[in-house]
Design a protein around this ligand. Structure first.
Ligand SMILES: NC(=O)c1ccc[n+]([C@@H]2O[C@H](COP(=O)([O-])OP(=O)(O)OC[C@H]3O[C@@H](n4cnc5c(N)ncnc54)[C@H](O)[C@@H]3O)[C@@H](O)[C@H]2O)c1
Length: 418
């Protein structure tokens, strides 16, 4: 079995940590049990390009339980947990092609490796797999039942492909399921981004001025958590609606040009490029911490920061201290890549439980569909979204009220007014 991992001796450690995560993934676990009985994915080859974490390992194991042949490569060169890649490969015979810190060439060679297995379903986090299929592996297109997309940036790229008439495969936007972005992006990114900043720097959040670029699902989760830890939070936005929401949630909102000189910690989470650039670095205080939690490492102009520095030091594992000509130090975390995955472990398993339950159920949906879906970006079927919410509540021991017949009638009628 072909694979490319850092060290197979790490398998045992990967197994222990994957089992630990599984304890917080009861929804995925219940799907795995059903999959093992029903084998709905028999005959499916599922190639995934996802962050290689313990939670992803549990998704791969679930797909294998359903009869699929899964394989995994990384969706970011710095997010791979080498012990997890070893565990999947050695203990489950699920080939991983992922090595933490791999360079761009190796990253893309790994994408090619999972595509060379002739997948019938692909799982993407950022649309690198689907775009490579369209450019280099077009022969796979006819047999490809569809692909799932995990993140906001990927969905934006795929919608752009659809708009250009370039999308030739059906894609399900898992990110857009309510049980994904309302929880994973908000509570998952919110918590794990702070975790990344703290693990990288051991800085005190209380009393700091914490500037967050982007008040989307991720940004608002981060803003509430930073405030909860005692930071004074400032939000920057380009969308008036989102900015208004941030104001009414009680945050100060201002342009980055105005607040670059007052922030202690800056986190970009916009999915946009060049959000923090040279003129912002010129204004920043000595000791400013700069990090990104958006999908690609394009939000912070790392090149400009490097050019401005007279020296770059590495005082801690995930910190690059850029010493400016005037002596100020600006600390870039995790090379400007998703700080929650490069400097911490990514989202807690309990929230990935819902995201990956959507992934698993969408795989089943594609495998069971009699006809291939049209080649466009599809929503996650509503039944899947509400089933994930139902299962999650059940696993938490939370029950809710049910509509009475009278209430159902009332809510579906228009005759009754004041
Ligand atoms: N770190 C993670 O683990 C993780 C998890 C989920 C999503 N993501 C990524 O995080 C990014 C944001 O995701 P989201 O779901 O919050 O998206 P979103 O679309 O809900 O929010 C993005 C926000 O950024 C704003 N924005 C765009 N350009 C800006 C600029 N120049 N300055 C200030 N604000 C700007 C937009 O107006 C929008 O409100 C995406 O790249 C997504 O793929 C990362």
């Amino acid at each position: 079995m072909q694979h490319d991992i850092a060290d197979s001796a790490l398998a045992e450690q990967g197994r222990d940590r994957t089992e630990w995560a599984a304890q917080s993934m009861p929804v995925l676990g219940s799907i795995a049990e059903r999959f093992a009985r029903e084998r709905p994915l028999e005959g499916m080859v599922v190639s995934g390009c996802l962050h290689v974490t313990t939670e992803t390992a549990n998704l791969m194991i679930t797909l294998a339980a359903g009869g699929a042949k899964p394989a995994l490569c990384a969706s970011n060169p710095l997010s791979t947990q080498d012990d997890v890649a070893a565990h999947l490969t050695v203990d489950h015979g699920i080939p991983a092609f992922a090595v933490r810190g791999e360079d761009n060439d190796r990253y893309y060679s790994h994408i090619r490796s999972v595509l060379e297995l002739d997948p019938t379903i692909t799982l993407d986090d950022g649309a690198d797999l689907v775009s490579t299929v369209h450019t280099e592996y077009r022969d796979l297109l006819p047999a490809l039942r569809g692909s799932m997309e995990e993140t906001t940036t990927g969905v934006i790229r795929l919608r752009a492909m659809e708009k250009d008439g370039a999308l030739e495969v059906p894609v399900i936007a898992v990110n857009d399921a309510n049980t994904k972005h309302m929880f994973d992006n908000r509570y998952g990114t919110g918590q794990s981004t702070i975790d990344g900043v703290i693990r990288a720097t051991n800085t005190l959040i209380a009393g700091s001025v914490f500037v967050i670029a982007g008040y989307g699902w991720c940004g608002r989760g981060l803003a509430f958590r930073a405030r909860g830890m005692g930071a004074s939070v400032i939000v920057t936005e380009v969308d008036p609606l989102r900015a208004l929401e941030a104001v009414m949630d009680g945050f100060r909102v201002a342009p980055m040009d105005e607040v670059a000189s007052v922030g202690d910690i800056f986190v970009t989470v916009t999915g946009d490029l060049n959000v923090l650039v040279r003129r912002h670095f010129e204004a920043m205080k000595n000791g400013a911490v700069v990090a990104n939690s958006g999908h690609f490492d394009v939000e912070i102009d790392k090149k400009a920061l490097k050019e401005m520095a007279s020296e770059v030091k590495k005082p801690r594992e995930s910190v690059e201290t850029h010493v400016m000509a005037d002596g100020r130090r600006i600390n870039l975390l995790g090379e400007g890549r998703l700080v929650n995955l490069s400097a911490a472990e990514g989202h807690p398993a309990a929230v990935m439980d819902m995201s990956f339950a959507n992934q698993a159920l969408c795989c089943e949906y594609l495998a069971r569909s009699e006809n291939r879906l049209p080649a466009r970006v599809h929503r996650v079927p509503e039944e899947i979204d509400s089933e994930v919410a139902r299962l999650k509540l059940e696993s938490m021991g939370v029950s809710i009220d049910e509509l009475t017949e009278e209430q159902k009638d009332y809510l579906s009628s228009w005759e009754m007014g004041t």
